[in-house]
Design a binder for this molecule. Structure first.
Ligand code: NDP
Length: 397
């Protein structure tokens, strides 16, 4: 019997279950690269239900208990008296979502003597200290591709929201106003602008594909250049360094995972090289940018806007400066937890658990670390060189 500890975000303030806006969600069988969506032996939820909050339990209770396992679900995750930290030393499996991350720091991993598997229900395992996980031979897995398109859609929405000045214009209406000049004086067309995507992985490529019909100039950077035919299809030009991208873009869309090489990529120095009036959209990880450099650039007017759903820490404290900085379109971390995405990553979590308990190999596409080293997609996306540890799971802002 195993103890599975799931750290999930709190239920809706008006209670669970919520009233749903739609009766169903479209059925998706394959991802754009042809790989299949999660395929567990069964699911005990209706796709479209709220699964990521405490009462949703990722739809796992029936399956786990019928196999004799124990499921502990909590949203209480901060500090030594939290349910998470109290239950962790006896947990075999920890599940958490990046939206409400259970930060598995080296200290906590050292105390988690039984821990064998850490699942990210979603994508992005930077909340786990991957070096410590490797030292303790803990398998880390995530549900690759489950919400990549969800995030790409949100990225495109936020690019348009910033450039068109949508949110301030909407607020004018809800406040009873009608000042067209106020609404229009920060509103531009995206057409003709240069948009640069940092990291053309699953999300970044989907952003490029979705922006192409807007008749923008598309550029991208990452460590490996895409094949020529893919670049042609995307209509995107490779630039070898983020510095080359920063100085020419009107809009930068950040789609890279957080690791030592991407930590604070957009700092005062890099932002200073951007055009006055550039925009940044970041749904990837808060620490890809220097928090205070963003605030400074928005206040000075050097940046025209910043939008994103990723913060550090999460949940963001009430006095987090990004809540009140000017010209921002911040939202809570939610791009990747649409009800559509939840159905996929809950099924993917179940698939990973089934494989783990039945001693079957976990899909390589889901593996981040295994057997003391980075594995599967993790070996491509992350770096854990000694002395270059990802600061993601640590306290450093
Ligand atoms: P992928 O693994 O498909 O893509 C990651 C890309 O990052 C790769 O193309 C890689 O290319 C590039 N990359 C890695 N290191 C660097 C670097 N140093 N500089 C530039 N590019 C780099 O992941 P996804 O697209 O699916 O997801 C990306 C990230 O998005 C996740 O790690 C997560 O942090 C975030 N995310 C956010 C969500 C949300 O709800 N807001 C939900 C899901 C994901 P190369 O190796 O050539 O550099």
């Amino acid at each position: 019997m195993a103890k599975v500890l799931a750290v999930l975000y709190p239920d809706p303030v008006n209670g669970y279950p919520p009233k749903y806006a739609r009766d169903s969600i479209p059925k998706i069988t394959h991802y754009p690269d042809g790989s299949t969506v999660p395929d567990p032996e069964g699911i005990d939820f209706t796709p479209g239900e709220l699964l990521g909050s405490v009462s949703g339990e990722l739809g796992l209770r029936k399956y786990l208990e019928s196999h004799g396992h124990q499921l502990v679900v909590t949203s209480d995750k901060e500090g030594p008296n939290s349910v998470f930290e109290k239950e962790l030393p006896t947990a075999d499996v920890v599940i958490s979502q990046p939206f409400w991350p259970a930060y598995l720091t080296a200290d906590l991993i050292a105390k988690a003597k039984n821990l064998k598997l850490a699942i990210t229900a979603g994508i992005g395992s930077d909340h786990v200290d991957l070096n410590a996980a490797n030292e303790h031979n803990i398998t880390v897995a995530e549900v690759t591709y489950s919400n990549s398109i969800s995030v790409a859609e949100s990225d495109v929405m936020q690019v348009l929201a910033l450039v068109r000045n949508f949110i301030p214009a909407h607020e004018i209406v809800t406040e009873g106003g009608w000042n067209i000049a106020d609404a229009a004086s920060r509103s531009y067309d995206l057409e003709g602008m240069t948009v640069g995507v940092v990291a053309a992985g699953r999300i970044g490529r989907a952003v490029l594909e979705r922006l192409k019909p807007f008749d923008v100039k598309l550029i991208y950077t990452q460590r490996h250049q895409l094949p020529e035919d893919v670049e042609k299809q995307l209509g995107a030009t490779f630039v070898p360094d983020v510095k080359d991208l920063a100085k020419v873009v009107d809009v930068a869309v950040l789609c890279a995972p957080l690791h030592a090489q991407t930590y604070h990529m957009f700092d005062d120095d890099l932002i200073a090289t951007m055009k006055r009036g550039a925009y940044i959209v970041n749904d990837s990880r808060g620490k890809l940018v220097d928090r205070d450099a963003i605030v400074r650039a928005l206040k000075s007017g050097h940046l025209a806007g910043y939008s994103g759903d990723v913060w550090y820490p999460q949940p963001a404290p009430a006095d987090h400066p990004w809540r009140t900085m000017p010209n921002q379109a911040m939202i809570p971390h939610m791009s990747g937890t649409s009800l559509s995405a939840q159905a996929r990553y809950a099924a993917g979590t179940r698939e990973i658990l089934e494989d783990f308990f039945e001693n079957k190999p976990i899909r390589p596409a889901y593996l981040i670390a295994k057997g003391g080293q980075l594995a599967g997609v993790g070996a491509k996306s992350y770096t854990v060189k000694k002395g270059e540890e990802t600061p993601g799971s640590g306290e450093k802002e």
